[in-house]
Design a protein around this ligand. Structure first.
Ligand SMILES: Cc1ncc(COP(=O)(O)O)c(C=O)c1O
Length: 431
């Protein structure tokens, strides 16, 4: 299939694009371009299509709901799939997280959560963490420091959003988790003391940083964060938009630390590609937020929610959280083996199917090697594998395959990745 006009002619150049390819359709874990080439899709529309493309259960649910009712604003009353999805999401969460507000995207979920925190605590301050990505609207952007380009020239931003150091184990603490935890918590306490804890409504954190570089927060740091919240009456908002929904080998990334946040933000995987986001908290909190405090015309669209129900059914039926853990271990082992013989890789990290492979100029200085990653991504695409990068210098390859990925697909991807690495002039060092 060829296009009559150049595909970019009337599209905004402000949207950064990984590939200059035109996509036509998807089937299972394969994406197809306009030239008829097929790609093993480990990009998943940036961690969205957790069940791959044209999933029979999701497609059937969408078609059935589209035939029945496309839209009625949630302000008009109730629609069965919307109420059912809220119930199903609540069932995946630990008590007392049982109440769901639906929006359209991750950014909107963060925006709403920040409003909820301010209004229910009566405090203005939100503390987010260095390197986080929470979205691009003014509230969420004010908490987003994963890349200076996102905030640059867009100010003034939202006041009272403070940025604490993130306990970045690889980049700042040479792999020492205990030190990252103690210094991270010390930095946070200092910021809290300076601001006055009574002025802080919430801490906002990605339990595993996504866009910032696939940096997991140490478990002990998350414990410390929860304890500080309890001590000072501060709400803990977990941004699970990229790391949630089984991606890390547990349903929610915060469960890896066995903590319960006060508010959880979801989006991306929730409807396998249809726009939907959610804010989840205990009921009492959203009651105190108050009727009419927040709303949305499209949020909780019935078709999106029907798709969302099909996603949760498929995750349960296929035991896909366990699959993410098992396939993630295989993928991590394969990537570790490659890293063991390739000096250009400085680190392989991350739980489950959320793995970052960091490329450096040399391991001692950890100086990022973004250009090499850009070249590898393009080479992998040429060879039929879609993977993406992250990190401010885009020197980290992020591995986010579908949750129902198979062992043979993991091995296929590792094979293509190895082949692509071998095609660059610095050949793999001898084993
Ligand atoms: C952790 C995290 N939070 C928030 C967002 C914003 O979500 P959306 O692009 O759906 O607005 C993203 C998107 O990449 C994300 O990864």
């Amino acid at each position: 299939m060829t296009m009559a006009v150049a595909p970019a002619s009337h599209l905004s150049p402000t949207m950064a694009r990984y590939f200059e390819r035109t996509w036509t359709h998807g089937e299972g874990h394969r994406l197809f371009d306009a030239e008829g080439r097929s790609y093993l899709d480990f990009a998943c529309g940036i961690a969205v299509t957790v069940l791959g493309h044209h999933h029979p259960g999701v497609t059937a649910a969408i078609k059935k709901q589209a035939d029945q009712l496309l839209h009625v604003c949630n302000a008009l009353g109730y629609v069965e799939p919307v109420s059912a999805l809220a119930e199903a999401i609540a069932a995946t969460m630990p008590a007392p997280l049982d109440t769901v507000f639906f929006g359209n995207s991750g950014t909107e979920a963060i925006e709403g959560a920040m409003k909820l925190a301010r209004r229910t605590t009566g405090r203005p301050g939100i503390i987010a963490f260095q390197g986080a990505f929470h979205g691009r609207s003014y509230g969420s952007l004010s908490a987003t420091t994963s890349n200076p380009n996102y905030q640059k020239g867009h100010g003034p931003l939202l006041p009272s959003v403070l940025i604490a150091p993130f306990p970045d184990v690889y980049h700042c603490y040479g792999g020492d988790e205990a030190k990252a935890t103690s210094e991270g918590l010390a930095g946070l306490r200092k910021l809290l003391d300076e601001a006055g804890p009574e002025s802080i409504a919430a801490f906002l954190i990605e339990p595993v940083q996504g866009e910032g570089g696939y940096n997991p927060a140490p478990i002990a740091f998350l414990h410390g964060l929860r304890a500080l919240c309890d001590q000072h009456g501060i709400l803990l908002i977990a941004d699970e938009i990229q790391c949630g929904y089984g991606r890390t080998g547990s349903m929610w990334a915060f469960q890896r630390a066995d903590i319960v946040p006060d508010v959880v933000c979801l989006a991306k995987s929730i409807a396998n590609g249809l726009p939907l986001g959610a804010i989840v908290s205990r009921r009492e909190l959203q009651e105190r937020w108050g009727v009419g405090a927040h709303g949305s015309t499209f949020g909780g669209n019935p078709v999106c929610c029907a798709a969302g129900l099909a996603v949760l059914e498929a995750i349960a039926e296929g035991d896909l959280v366990a699959n993410a853990a098992a396939r993630g271990a295989e993928l991590a082992a394969g990537l570790q083996a490659i890293a063991a013989r390739d000096e250009r890789i400085g680190d392989v990290r991350g739980p489950g199917l959320m793995i970052g492979v960091e490329f450096v100029v040399d391991r001692a200085t950890r100086q990022p090697n973004g250009p090499l990653v850009d070249a590898i991504l393009q080479k992998c695409a040429d060879l039929g594998l879609l993977i993406l990068s992250c990190g401010v210098e885009h020197n980290i390859i992020r591995w986010i395959p579908p949750l129902d990925v198979s062992s043979s697909e993991v091995q296929e991807a590792l094979g293509i990745f190895t082949e692509a690495l071998g095609m660059f002039e610095q050949a793999l060092a001898a084993v």
